[in-house]
Design a protein around this ligand. Structure first.
Ligand code: SF4
Length: 288
């Protein structure tokens, strides 16, 4: 772990990355791709110096409240978060200043901050997003080795439902010949229905691979799925998009099941929901 100084923490659209790099070890991780120009090992986590002070200054400067997003490029609940509390401090500020939160993770460590998630959701809107890619916990331990198993994430979705905190699931990636079966999809969709998720994001059933990410992925295929690397290379070459043979069928099942259950299945609608700031109390708007 190392610290680095930055001038800003929030992007113009309200996004922030509290850490850089990740220790969760997902075999398909796009964030380790070369295009992101890491100048350190991906597992050597970069922490932004003074992130809470920067965030407080930038929240105070904003003319209008908005949703603050985090978790797109690195998980805000890495192992380090247990002791550093960087994410927790940010949530305290988001709550203090009445902003909304759209937070994405694969870790049930987020439940430590349930008090803050609830408090944010009482004033404004808090949406928790979990990624689910395989219903099989054993397989999950291979493709997403250092993070909460799928069953634990589903249990967390259930807890959030009981606390009235809306949730969204990222159903991506489904790995060709590993997790792209209808059975796996049905398992995930049934859990989403059961736990009342608001929407499910899907970007086509397959995986994206590019320089940096592809080499890592192939090394893990060699370790855990002998012979599969050859199949990937002969089928996809150097393509960025590696779609499942089952894509059309999976898509049909996905659309039918989500429509029947009233779960949002349009990425545009879900992103609009995630970005829309809503407040529960009109008086809050005059607090600044
Ligand atoms: S949790 Fe996200 S950023 Fe971390 S390794 Fe997995 S895919 Fe990559």
């Amino acid at each position: 772990m190392h610290y680095k100084q930055y001038k800003h923490i929030l992007s113009p659209s309200g996004g922030m990355n509290l850490y850089r790099g990740c220790t969760h070890g997902c075999i398909y991780c796009d964030s380790r791709s070369r295009c992101y120009q890491f100048d350190h090992d991906f597992e050597d986590i970069e922490v932004k110096t003074g992130s809470a002070e920067m965030l407080e200054t930038e929240l105070r400067r904003k003319r209008k409240r908005c949703m603050i997003g985090t978790g797109a490029m690195c998980d805000p609940y890495l192992h380090l978060e247990e002791t550093l509390l960087v994410t927790r401090r940010s949530l305290e500020l988001i709550e203090k200043y009445g902003f909304g939160l759209a937070i994405q993770t694969k870790s049930t460590r987020i439940l430590r901050d349930l008090d803050l998630l609830e408090a944010i959701n009482e004033k404004a809107k808090c949406v928790v997003q979990f990624t689910l890619t395989t219903f099989d916990d054993e397989l999950c331990g291979i493709v997403e080795p250092n993070v909460s198993r799928t069953s634990e994430r589903i249990a967390a979705l259930e807890i959030l439902k009981k606390r009235g905190i809306p949730t969204v699931v990222w159903l991506t990636p489904l790995l060709p010949w590993i997790t792209d079966s209808v059975e796996n999809l049905n398992g995930i969709l049934d859990a989403c229905i059961e736990t009342g998720v608001k929407g499910i994001l899907n970007f086509g059933f397959g995986v994206t691979l590019r320089e940096g990410d592809r080499e890592y992925f192939y090394s893990k295929l060699d370790a855990h799925f002998p012979g599969l690397k050859r199949r990937y290379i002969s089928t996809f070459g150097n393509s960025y998009q590696c779609m499942s043979d089952n894509n059309a069928l999976l898509h049909r099942v996905f659309l039918e099941k989500t429509a029947r259950s009233g779960i949002l299945n349009s990425n545009d609608e879900i992103f609009a929901y995630l970005h829309k700031f809503e407040t529960k109390n009109a008086e809050q708007l005059t607090m600044f």
